[in-house]
Design a protein around this ligand. Structure first.
Ligand SMILES: Cc1cc2nc3c(=O)[nH]c(=O)nc-3n(C[C@H](O)[C@H](O)[C@H](O)COP(=O)(O)OP(=O)(O)OC[C@H]3O[C@@H](n4cnc5c(N)ncnc54)[C@H](O)[C@@H]3O)c2cc1C
Length: 430
């Protein structure tokens, strides 16, 4: 830690997501000069991204400018830039198209990214849900498919355009397929004259043998029954073999579709490469009990980018709650060090349980000591997500939207933001 009393200690936080924001907030009164760097100008509440993709919410309902969060904290500076490396010897963060940023302490919280199992060429046909721009792209593809089906002149094209395939049956895949089913069966049901949106085919594929594999089996079985009752076709034990402009081959079966969504594996952002170290599982950065790099006490890695064992010895999951708690912990450790205390307490994850929603009034909740399904789980899911939203405005807007949608099945954000030419261009083979 820097000792010069006239010069504030420089903490650089890369990533303004769950982990990075929590770390910066914990450093509010530390006296450190904090710089938050993010490639976007906003903090994004990823758990509700699927609702942006399925036209229930607007991006602005779940994204907040990072600058506005720290408006009243003069010790926190925000930089919008893409980090492309770290010079550990010079203690500098290297940016694209901007001068490097020096640090005394570095917190890396750049999260994860989707992995197409080594087939990056699949990404253009089966995009994933990770960023605000990505959610709008998915929404354009989804709503655009109905528009194109309305103009189809033969039954095969219409069927292909009205077939939606979601790859990956974890919480995101389940939430996305449930929301697509509700959009097609209820919201759009009376909007078209030529097609019947309610006839849309929604297929959810996974290589594993159950949906929501991280939940107890009873809850997985409940979720599968609910999805099937919504008309969603499950293809379990069906690993994806090929993805192209005309569809997907999963478990040996070809499913013709022009609207595929990827919700399968994730991997770390390139933090290990920046640090010049060997990445662990899925490229994550192995860190010590206090979230520090073992050979560099001035560098912390938190959230989805880090690999850390929990109390049971198993790796901590890639969840917002883990990232947030780690961010808060690391911020406190840095503040303690600056105040002359040791600041090396190990991180202990407080596991509050897991939740996933399936559709209107239906969810699963696993708190370990209590497991709930159906409406009670859905009420808890809704309350928790509202509370976790970053500010009161977002909470109010999302709440009103949900109430409106619950009573009317309406989805107010049914806007296609790309002209039709662009939507089809993206799908053309390179
Ligand atoms: C669709 C979806 C649904 C989810 N649902 C849930 C849920 O219901 N519950 C739950 O607990 N978790 C959920 N998660 C997981 C949760 O969002 C993550 O675990 C959490 O966001 C991780 O926090 P983080 O701070 O590590 O990274 P993030 O929150 O992803 O933040 C990383 C930040 O780093 C920035 N960044 C990345 N690379 C660079 C770079 N090179 N230069 C500059 N900036 C960079 C990004 O722009 C981003 O702002 C979901 C995730 C997704 C994608």
């Amino acid at each position: 830690m820097s000792t010069d009393r006239n010069e504030a200690h420089r903490v650089v936080i890369v990533g303004g997501g769950f982990g990075g924001m929590a770390a910066a907030q914990a450093l509010r009164r530390s006296g450190a000069q904090v710089t938050v760097i993010d490639r976007t100008n906003h903090n994004l509440f990823q758990p509700l991204l699927y609702q942006v993709a399925t036209a229930a919410l607007s991006t602005t309902d779940i994204a907040l400018p990072i600058r506005s969060v720290f408006r009243r904290q003069p010790n926190i500076r925000v930089i919008m830039a893409v980090v492309r490396g770290i010079d550990r010897a010079a203690r500098e963060v290297q940016l694209e198209d901007a001068p490097p940023v020096p640090y005394d302490t570095l917190v890396l919280a750049t999260g994860s990214r989707y992995s197409w199992f080594g087939h990056d060429e699949w990404a253009r046909f089966a995009p994933a849900l990770k960023t605000s721009a990505g959610a709008l792209d998915l929404r354009n593809r989804l709503l655009g498919a109905f528009e194109r089906a309305e103009l189809a002149t033969d039954a095969d094209s219409m069927r292909r355009l009205l077939t939606f395939v979601v790859i990956g049956a974890g919480p995101t895949g389940v939430e996305l397929s449930g929301a697509i089913a509700e959009l097609a069966r209820y919201t759009l049901a009376r909007d078209f004259r030529h097609i019947r949106p309610g006839d849309a085919r929604i297929v959810l594929c996974d290589a594993g043998d159950r949906v929501l594999a991280s939940f107890p089996e009873r809850l997985s079985r409940y979720a599968a029954r609910q999805l099937e009752s919504m008309g969603i076709e499950l293809r379990l034990g069906a690993p994806v073999e090929t993805v192209d402009a005309g569809g997907v081959v999963a478990g040996g079966e070809r499913i013709a579709s022009e609207c595929l969504f990827w919700a399968a594996g994730t991997e770390a952002t390139p933090v290990a490469r920046w640090l010049g170290i060997e990445g662990g599982r899925r490229g994550l950065v192995p860190v010590g009990p206090d979230c520090r790099l073992p050979d560099a006490p001035e560098i912390f890695v938190i959230g989805d980018a880090a690999q850390q064992a929990g109390a049971n010895g198993k790796p901590l999951p890639g969840l917002g709650s883990v990232a947030k708690q780690q961010g808060r912990h690391v911020g406190r450790l840095i503040a303690e060090r600056l105040a002359g205390r040791p600041g090396n307490a190990p991180f202990r994850y407080k596991d509050w349980g897991q939740l996933a929603t399936i559709g209107r009034s239906s969810a699963v909740a696993d708190f370990g000591w209590l497991r709930l399904t159906g409406f009670p789980a859905w009420v808890i899911w809704s309350a928790v997500h509202l509370l976790l939203l970053v500010n009161a405005r977002s909470r109010a807007v999302v709440y009103v939207n949900w109430i409106w949608a619950w009573f009317t099945y309406g989805r107010g954000a049914r806007v296609i933001t790309a002209p039709r030419a662009q939507q089809t261009e993206k799908r053309q083979p390179a």
